[in-house]
Design a protein around this ligand. Structure first.
Ligand code: HXC
Length: 257
């Protein structure tokens, strides 16, 4: 696959997709989303692949959706593009997907983690939904999936304060399957993927589908509602201020409008 924002490797029955925008801590821009969704769909269609691993770098799984790409967009542009809707093709992948998470998994990065089926986290992993500090809300499923994963009280606290959780707290809260030493994250994720890859692929797909049935009932409506409200944050001045402040490396001055 000839793309810039990710690398794709086949190792036996495991497909490994590595996010590769180190200059932006793997911030998820449109190009990366398009490349990742295409790679995952291609691996999903390959009967020689029994599991997919999505990994980042040691410093960052992904530091969020790309703020620089969104800062100057207005509500009409976000709505017309149905910004973030393309991620639904990632969640339509039927092959089991494992997130190998080291470092920052914030905002869209945390939301991408939650679109995966199994989460292997390094001790240095940091999870959170800091969108509120930017004058926006989660827009890639975080309000829905985090609440299901860790419960309302904890999800509210993280989404309303922007606080991050370390790996140990994320594991206690149920966001993470397993925490391992940071240097072993990829190996552990690959060996978990190889185990799944040794099973019957159609049975593994069925198992994924039924677990998701417990988890996803009514999720679609919530995801769409979240995305629409996310778009409408772009009708506020505070979104412009919050995102501009991040890019200008200063604190935002919210005006409540
Ligand atoms: C675009 C980003 C980015 C992002 C980091 N960078 N995160 N660019 N979008 N989400 C860029 C920085 O601007 C910087 O570019 C380079 O990556 C390195 O980042 P630093 O901030 O210098 O690194 P560090 O000091 O180590 O701090 C790491 C960090 C911080 C704590 C993760 O980067 C951070 O707070 N990032 C934003 C996290 C966030 O708010 N994520 C949620 C995004 S919103 P330069 O050019 O200066 O070298 C989201 C949900 C969708 O994901 C809702 C819309 C917002």
């Amino acid at each position: 696959t000839d793309v810039k924002t990710i690398t794709v490797e086949r190792r036996g029955r495991v497909g490994l997709v590595t996010l590769n925008r180190p200059e932006a801590l793997n911030a998820l821009n449109l190009e990366l989303m398009t490349d990742l969704v295409a790679a995952a769909s291609e691996l999903d269609a390959d009967p020689g692949i029994g599991a997919i691993v999505v990994a980042g770098s040691t410093k960052a799984f992904a530091a969020g959706a790309d703020i620089k790409e969104m800062v100057s967009k207005d509500y009409q542009e976000m709505y017309a593009a149905d910004w973030f809707a393309g991620w639904s093709r990632f969640t339509a992948v039927r092959t089991p997907v494992i997130a190998a998470v080291s470092g920052y998994a914030l905002g869209g990065g945390c939301e991408l983690v939650m679109m995966c089926d199994i989460v292997i986290a390094g001790e240095n992993a940091k999870f959170g939904q800091p969108e509120i500090k930017l004058g926006v809300i989660p827009g890639m499923g975080g309000s829905q999936r985090l609440t299901r994963a860790i419960g309302k009280a904890k999800a509210m606290e993280l989404i309303l304060t922007g606080r991050t959780m370390d790996a140990a707290e994320a594991e206690r809260a149920g966001l993470v399957s397993r925490v391992v030493p940071t240097g072993s994250v990829l190996d552990e994720a690959m060996s978990t993927a190889a185990t799944i890859g040794s099973m019957s692929l159609p049975i593994a797909m069925m198992a994924k589908e039924v677990v998701n049935a417990a988890y996803e009932t009514m999720l679609e409506n919530g995801i769409r509602f979240e995305r629409r409200v996310f778009h409408s944050t772009f009708a506020t001045e505070d979104q412009k201020e919050g995102m501009s402040a991040f890019i200008e490396k200063r604190d935002p001055e919210f005006k409540n409008r």
